[in-house]
Ligand binder design. Structure first.
Ligand code: ITT
Length: 187
């Protein structure tokens, strides 16, 4: 079985990746090396520079992921600033920003960009998106981050009211991991 290191500090992402890649002959091992998340307009750029940074000091195949929540009525905010915004004002801060906004105007999209890096190779990217809406209160205690306030299209529950397998069936990360898993099968 091959090992691929997942460069992340986020245990929730790790659990989702391990669950999704169960059927693939790859062992996913967390490596919390950290990398600078550059100020950029796109998640792809953040992931690209992350790969370049890790490749300089880490001599094994690895994956990393940058994800973000893009809210329509806020012109895509928090988007590439999702981590900072979560750390500073959290889900309650987002709910305050949307106070009084009607349900049909609470559309949002989660995006996930996985990057695969290996010594001496150009990075490969795997992208997934999930459309949905921001709920008007926090619900559920599974998952992490903005899960308690995001309801994917096709369901009435937030991600935080789903277990890992269910979330993966809907989510941006489930979709990008599906593509990554096809890539691993051919590796
Ligand atoms: P890394 O170490 O992998 O970078 P992170 O938690 O900093 O972990 P990101 O920068 O990719 O991850 O995520 C940006 C923010 O969006 C962060 O606050 C996450 O909690 C949140 N987020 C990302 N994916 C999410 C998901 O599936 N559900 C809820 N919130 C999510």
């Amino acid at each position: 079985m091959k090992t691929v290191y997942f460069i992340t500090s986020n245990e929730g992402k790790l659990k989702e990746a391990k669950t999704k890649l169960l059927g693939v002959d790859i062992e996913v091992v967390q490596k919390n090396l950290g990398y600078p998340e550059i100020q950029a307009n796109a998640l792809e750029d953040v992931a690209y520079f992350g790969v370049k940074h890790i490749q300089e000091k880490f001599n094994h195949p690895f994956i990393l992921e940058d994800a973000g929540l893009f809210i329509d009525i806020l012109d895509g905010f928090p988007g590439v600033y999702s981590a900072y915004v979560f750390y500073t004002v959290g889900c309650s801060g987002i709910l305050k920003l949307l106070d009084g906004v009607n349900i049909d105007k609470r559309k949002a999209c989660f995006r996930s960009v996985f990057a695969y890096g290996a010594p001496g190779k150009n990075p490969k990217f795997f992208i997934g998106e999930c459309n949905g809406r921001i709920s008007n209160r926090e619900q559920g205690d599974h998952g992490f981050g903005y899960d308690p306030i995001f309801i994917p299209n096709g369901d009435t529950r937030t991600f935080a009211q789903m277990d890992t397998e269910e979330k993966n069936r809907f989510s941006h990360r489930g979709k990008s991991l599906e593509k990554l898993s096809e890539f691993f099968k051919k590796l």
